[in-house]
Design a protein around this ligand. Sequence first.
Ligand code: 5GP
Length: 178
Amino acid sequence: MLLQKRVILKISKTLITQEEIENKISEIADLINSKYKKEELVVVGILKGAFIVVSDLAKQLDVDVTFDFMSIKSYYGSESSGQIKIVKDLEYDISNKNILIVEDIYDTGLTLSNLKKLLESRNPKSIEIFCMFVKKGISKDHIDIDYSGFEIGPDFVVGYGLDYNGKYRELPYLAALS
Ligand code: 5GP
């Protein structure tokens, strides 16, 4: 019988504390509140990773806002590189609406750039992007991020919505694994 080795990764260090995250969310909520003061806004959260960012942001928004969610899968293989598959689509029609995409992390940029193209094809009035964590220097598909939380290094991170094999999303801080 073949014995399977299980590699168990553990939290090695906190990269961004809960307090730093809370302060950043307040700062970004202020920017969004002043930008959309006189406008309707649809916040589009990308599941699953952005569920905590969206709920923390939501509590600090003071604009005419609705929330919708999408779940997508990105493909990086040679044949289908840059493709996204919709696992769960939006519930609302976004034509002529101001859209704010909320994403957990920007790594290669493929997910966000394809998602933006997809949502642009639905004729919204405007699209902006808020990405909580942006990995430095490894972007393949450059895309402008209108509101970015923190720049981080290339290491794999977990917490504040981000998982490793489905675990660690509940951590209120961002951590590295080892
Ligand atoms: P991109 O298309 O920008 O390369 O990848 C974005 C997606 O990859 C994110 O939505 C996230 O699901 C996953 N991802 C990228 N880097 C990390 C990381 O350091 N930790 C975790 N948990 N997921 C990551």
